[in-house]
Design a protein around this ligand. Structure first.
Ligand code: CU
Length: 371
């Protein structure tokens, strides 16, 4: 029953590719190239080495808005570099060689992968000057491995002191993974949970992706998609008690993966790719976001097509896209004041076909709206 239902999902995705091929006659549009695993997945322990490290983060390293060919608008673009902290992945317990991560991940910590049945061991080294933790969503843990502070403390990984190291053990149980009919992988957040609101705004957040064993490659990634992107929709609040009222709005950084005004790099794909978008959000009441893809539609949670996914604080959603419309397209929050404050970027579907849309005029004066 489970296998049958899962197979229906796969057929649906394949049918979408086929439909695109019929409509546009693109060359070289391949059917899903990785059939469901021939041999059963053998669950095992995956070890990750994560350090928390201080850094200076620039919300707009390009120093301009490339989407609308303009300088960064005030008040948000006046100051773009802030002191932050990040989770950084290393290759082993010496914490010397970093594991490179794609540019599009931005401020997000490493993507931790698990397959249902696996055990995750996360060796956490706190290289900052403040106590921190890693609290995971979706996986099973004992109290010491919850990564959250209580009073009285539970010990273990509640709060890892400056310079300290703790190894978290998390189990990827069936409830961590997708149900039949859902996409073959799903996304969960992790973040520091000692002073959680402050630590998320500092940048200590990342994702766990859990894959159905029937569709897992050996590295844990789902075998029925070509590429995956994760976007975090979060208004980083850089205000402190010392911030005057006149600068409060300027310090609200409306960002996607820690970049605003089109500065998030690397959202590129090829025509015919089956693209999985993991969409997450955090923050507070103002962090109700409506990510909107121009140019394509998204199969949301394997249920229905839309070109918008609604998220609120700690939402974790999956959208599948068949990239069949070549061009460079907007991806933006559809909440009015969020998009005007810079919560947008472009993604590019490379390949032959109609040329990318070009703005006829660039009237960026008072009252101007690009959307
Ligand atoms: Cu928004």
């Amino acid at each position: 029953m489970i296998a049958f239902a899962k197979r229906e999902t796969r057929v649906l995705f394949g049918a979408a590719v086929l439909a695109a091929a019929c409509a546009d006659q693109p060359a070289g549009l391949a059917p899903p190239s990785n059939p469901q695993r021939a041999s059963p997945y053998i669950a095992h322990t995956r070890i990750y080495y994560l350090a928390a490290e201080d850094t200076n983060w620039n919300y707009a390293p390009l120093g301009r808005d490339p989407v609308y060919d303009r300088s960064l608008p005030a008040p948000w673009g006046t100051t773009t570099v802030y002191a932050k902290a990040r989770y950084v992945q290393y290759t082993d317990s010496t914490f010397t060689a970093r594991v490179p991560q794609p540019a599009w991940q931005g401020i997000l910590g490493p993507m931790i992968r698990g397959v249902v049945g696996d055990t995750l061991k996360v060796v956490f080294r706190n290289r900052t000057s403040q106590p921190l933790s890693i609290h995971p969503h979706g996986v099973r843990y004992d109290p010491a491995d919850e990564g959250a502070v209580y009073d009285p403390p539970r010990g273990g990984g509640d709060s890892v002191s400056a310079g300290g190291t703790y190894t978290y053990t998390w189990r990827v149980v069936p409830e961590s993974g997708p149900l039949p009919g859902e996409p073959s992988s799903k996304v969960w957040l992790y973040h520091s949970h000692v002073t959680p609101d402050v630590e998320v705004y500092r940048g200590l957040v990342g994702t766990i992706v859990v894959t159905d064993p029937a569709y897992a490659r050996d590295d844990g990634s789902p075998d029925d998609v070509t590429r995956e992107f994760t976007t975090l929709w979060l208004i980083f609040n850089e205000n402190t008690e010392a911030t005057p009222d006149s600068l409060q709005e300027a310090n609200l950084k409306h960002s996607i993966n820690g970049y605003f005004f089109g500065n998030l790099p690397g959202l590129t794909m090829n025509r015919g790719d089956r693209v999985r978008w993991y969409v997450v959000a955090l923050g507070t009441e103002t962090d109700w976001h409506t990510p909107h893809w121009h140019g394509e539609t998204i199969l949301v949670e394997g249920k229905t097509y839309n070109d918008v996914i609604e998220v609120g604080p700690a939402s974790m959603k999956v959208g599948d896209m068949v990239a069949d419309n070549p061009g460079t397209w907007l991806l933006h929050c559809h909440v009015g004041d969020h998009m005007m404050a810079g919560m947008y970027v472009t993604y590019t579907v490379a390949g032959s076909g109609p040329p990318p849309p070009v703005a006829a005029t660039r009237d960026t004066g008072p009252g101007w709206s690009p959307f």
